[in-house]
Design a binder for this molecule. Structure first.
Ligand SMILES: Nc1ncnc2c1ncn2[C@@H]1O[C@H](COP(=O)(O)OP(=O)(O)OP(=O)(O)O)[C@@H](O)[C@H]1O
Ligand SMILES: Cc1ncsc1CCO
Ligand SMILES: [Mg+2]
Length: 262
């Protein structure tokens, strides 16, 4: 593992253009989070331009949170274009186990081999076809319950899988890492997982995929800890979190990151 600051500084140096096909709930917070971190987000999803844009962006993220049939097609088109161009792309399988529509789309996107899959434990379990108590967008299973599912998905796609929660788990099928940064208040603000998916999409454009993913999670969780220290609840947490993402230095990150690898 390289120092997480290397990934952060590499990302900030390039300010990568990241196309995000994300949900209506997440669009604003995800774009603000990515800008605060130093990336250049674009929320582009129209059928007529989604794949063209995927050919010019440095990275793509696909989040199935607020789905409809046309958006599903845009997601597949953009992911296919990313795959054709060798552009790294991240799948966020929001509530993938909830309905037949989500399960079917999840499998189509999986077949396009996402560079990284980032989801909560219930979503990773459902995507891997395992039993989960989760129904909606919030996790109902602990991260540890999804470790085997994450491993299976990484082996299937050849990519990296990140399961987020109290202690995040990351695997590429061979290596594993755990990231113990973060604060429980982060589950009380909507779409912070979706916004993290955008940050992962930005980090992986400028370094090794596994190390960059782990660095993105540590950076994000640590900013959450910093913001939680100075605020009293979900409302005031949000602006403090953007400020913390913006202000975090490389040395801050290396000092505060709680990463263990095996
Ligand atoms: N109990 C917890 N303690 C500390 N940090 C947490 C906890 N739960 C989640 N986090 C952190 O919150 C961030 C978002 O992850 P989470 O797993 O909540 O995403 P999510 O369920 O996909 O969210 P959403 O769907 O609302 O966008 C991550 O940085 C994660 O580490
Ligand atoms: C609340 C919610 N519903 C669909 S997407 C979303 C954002 C968190 O995943
Ligand atoms: Mg989510």
């Amino acid at each position: 593992m390289t120092d997480p600051s290397r990934s952060l500084l590499a990302m900030r140096t390039t300010a990568p253009l990241i196309q995000n096909i994300t949900n209506y709930v997440a669009m604003n917070i995800a774009a603000n989070v990515m800008l605060a971190g130093g990336a250049s987000p674009a929320m582009v999803h129209a059928k007529e331009e989604a794949s063209e844009f995927a050919g010019l962006a440095q990275g793509l993220t696909v989040n199935i949170g607020t789905l409809d049939a046309e958006w599903a097609e845009c997601m597949v088109l953009a992911a296919r274009a990313a795959q054709d161009h060798g552009t790294p792309w991240v799948l966020d399988p929001v509530a993938v186990g909830a309905t037949g529509m989500r399960r079917a789309l999840g499998q189509r996107l999986l077949a396009l081999k996402p560079t990284v899959i980032r989801g909560n434990a219930s979503e990773i379990l459902a995507l891997a076809g395992a039993d989960t108590r989760g129904r909606g967008a919030d996790a109902a299973d602990g991260v540890e319950a999804a470790e085997q599912a994450a491993h299976a998905l990484a082996t299937q796609t050849g990519g990296v899988v990140a399961v987020t929660g109290a202690i995040d788990f990351v695997t590429d099928g061979t290596r594993t890492a755990r990231v113990a940064n973060g604060d429980p208040i982060m589950t009380r603000v909507t779409a912070l997982g979706c916004a993290l998916t955008g940050v992962v999409g930005a980090f992986i454009t400028s370094g090794p995929i596994f190390d960059s993913t782990v660095a993105a999670l540590a950076y994000y969780g640590l900013a959450g800890e910093v913001a939680a220290k100075t605020t009293q609840g979900p409302g005031s947490f949000q602006p403090a979190f953007l400020d913390a993402l913006y202000a975090m230095t490389g040395p801050d990150l290396d000092e505060g990151a709680r990463i263990s690898t095996t």
